[in-house]
Write a protein that binds this ligand. Structure first.
Ligand SMILES: *Cc1c(COP(=O)(O)O)cnc(C)c1O
Length: 558
């Protein structure tokens, strides 16, 4: 075992003894102090707690007069569970039940010989895997979802209340909003970090302010990881959101009045793809394309004909509500024939691309834009990947073209997110998102609901509720009352207003992050159909809400 050990002045002798004894069979990291001069216990507690939190040590041992100050200091670190053990019994229980990994000893409380016995007991006692202990240890760790922000309870109770309400809501609901996900704790830590204090206008190595080395380090990590993860030649990680990522590409390539051919909003496209109420529709000439009326899928031959006829400067693919795979190789062919810049907005499917369950647009496209918070599951933000020949134009479009200082805290969180996606288990996660979606979709379809395009290849599907005599607005409200959260969504060639719509959009990223699999999807699909079959029946909604609450309790939000 690797054991990190520290004390204050009152524990120096006992520490030397423990170092001597434990060095016989373990690797011991002595974090000091080396002499009896008065010193501050948190300095040594922090050094040892850092070793344990980082995984550089399997155990920590901290000694002061009572052990109390040391345990308080060490327990402020994530993944550290420090226990004061005055007896060997306490050492056994704190290991078995609580999974303690730092032993705190009071030099005034126990004799030197007994302290050695306690330490040896602590190190040799395994953690008990019994379900009740596992559950309790998990609750101990998870209490941090709230305790992370617990300082706000006193300094700003109103804001704390809003955050607490979000924690409770995430715990209780079944979130099927296709554009949402649940970020990791590690992402949230970076996003809430002191990197937000820094002005870092410019790019790593070429900043307008002094003191940017820490920001440079974070941004370099984000850029390099993005390029590695997606196989891109260049990445700009500064756009504040997906819409500004798209704006950056337009600014890098177009003049006002130039043309963009894009899937229109009511067909599954995005606001920033040229909606008349959005900057994109106001500044540029938009040539909207649609899906095929019969198949409700992209018709590449029709897109090619339209592109050859209209010769747009940019041909934009990618969508917010398109349940099928997109054939990027074919889109490249069209762009080459029609002489367009190929731009892909993979905001929704970026996680599926990163996980290898959707073909990547990166080898084909001049520009790939994305958000980092949808299937990718990172912080709210945007990013642009491009070919090297566009790198300069893109970077100056973002800064100084449209943004001032980048959000380096969010960029650090993007780096964390990309790092997470390099782990092999994320491939399985991406596969599970798609598998879950297929099962959920089939369950609803088997109950007689019409699914737009007849199914799904990705993380989302659209239900045509009009066929059942409802609007999307009513359907989403009824499901909301039952604890199942979806959004109303226009379906292709919708005859309802965008405020009412004929459809709902259902996505599986967030429930998959919680660990749900096919059996849970069958339950949820059945509930969706139950609620929609009885759209005005509040008793059905109450029953589903109760059953849903029981289900989510078994799948804690990370
Ligand atoms: C979500 C989304 C965006 C942009 O999102 P922001 O809300 O601006 O971060 C851009 N494009 C598509 C296709 C999207 O789905």
């Amino acid at each position: 075992m690797r054991i990190s050990i520290g004390s204050d002045h009152s524990g120096v002798e006992l520490k030397s003894l423990l170092v001597r004894v434990l060095s016989g069979s373990h690797t011991v990291l002595d974090r000091g102090p080396s002499e009896r001069a008065s010193c501050d216990y948190p300095d040594y507690a922090i050094a040892v707690a850092k070793d344990v939190a980082a995984g550089d040590a399997d155990f920590g041992i901290l000694i002061c007069r009572s052990g109390i100050g040391m345990s308080m200091a060490a327990n402020r670190f994530q993944n550290v569970r420090a226990a004061i053990c005055p007896t060997t019994d306490a050492a056994v229980v704190s290991r078995q039940h609580n999974g303690a990994n730092v032993l705190c000893i009071g030099a005034d409380v126990v004799s030197a010989e007994y302290a050695v016995e306690i330490a040896e007991t602590f190190i040799s006692t395994p953690v008990d895997g019994d379900a009740r202990h596992v559950r309790r240890r998990w609750k101990l760790e998870r209490s941090q979802r709230l305790s992370d922000c617990s300082g706000l309870m006193k300094s700003d109770p109103e804001v704390y209340a809003a955050i607490e309400a979000q924690v409770r809501q995430e715990d209780a609901e079944i979130n099927l909003i296709a554009s949402e996900n649940t970020s990791s704790r590690a992402c949230r830590e970076a996003a809430g970090s002191v990197l937000m204090n820094k002005y870092a206008e410019g790019y790593p190595g070429k900043r307008w302010y002094s003191g940017c080395l820490p920001s440079d380090a974070a941004e370099e990590l984000a850029r390099n990881r993005a390029c590695r993860l997606f196989g891109a030649e260049h990445a700009n990680v500064q756009p504040h959101c997906g819409s500004s990522a798209n704006m950056a590409v337009y600014f890098a390539t177009l003049n006002p009045g130039d043309s963009i051919m894009a899937l229109s909003l009511d067909q599954g496209g995005h606001l920033s793809h040229g909606s008349p109420v959005n900057f994109s529709g106001k500044i540029y000439r938009i040539i909207p394309y649609t899906v095929d009326r019969k198949t409700e899928m992209l018709d590449y031959d029709a897109i090619e004909r339209q592109a050859l006829e209209t010769r747009p400067k940019i041909l934009l693919t990618g969508a917010s509500a398109y349940p099928r795979k997109i054939d990027f190789r074919r889109v490249r062919e069209i762009c080459d024939r029609a002489g367009c810049i190929m731009m892909v907005d993979m905001a929704h499917i970026a996680g599926l691309v990163a996980g290898g369950v959707h073909e990547s647009p990166v080898p084909y496209a001049d520009f790939v834009t994305t958000t980092t918070h949808k299937t990718l599951g990172g912080p709210r933000g945007g990013m642009v990947l491009c070919k090297e020949k566009w790198a300069k134009a893109l970077d100056s479009a973002v800064f100084p073209g449209m943004q001032g200082g980048p959000l380096e805290n969010i960029i650090a969180a993007k780096a964390v997110c990309f790092g997470e996606w390099m782990r092999p288990e994320k491939k399985e996660y991406a596969r599970q998102i798609v598998a879950n979606c297929a099962v959920l979709c089939k369950t609803v379809m088997d109950r007689g609901y019409r699914i737009v395009s007849g199914g799904t290849d990705n993380h989302l599907f659209l239900v045509d509720v009009k066929a059942g005599g409802m609007t999307g607005k009513d359907a989403a409200a009824a499901l909301d009352a039952a604890g199942v959260i979806v959004n109303k969504n226009a379906i292709p060639f919708d005859t309802e207003s965008p405020f009412r719509t004929s459809g709902i959009r259902v996505g599986t990223a967030s429930v998959t992050t919680r660990g749900m699999k096919e059996p849970e999807m069958i339950k949820i699909g059945t509930w969706i159909a139950d609620v929609l079959d009885n759209i005005a029946d509040t008793a059905v909604q109450a029953r589903v809400k109760h059953e849903a609450a029981e289900l989510v309790a078994k799948f804690p939000v990370p």
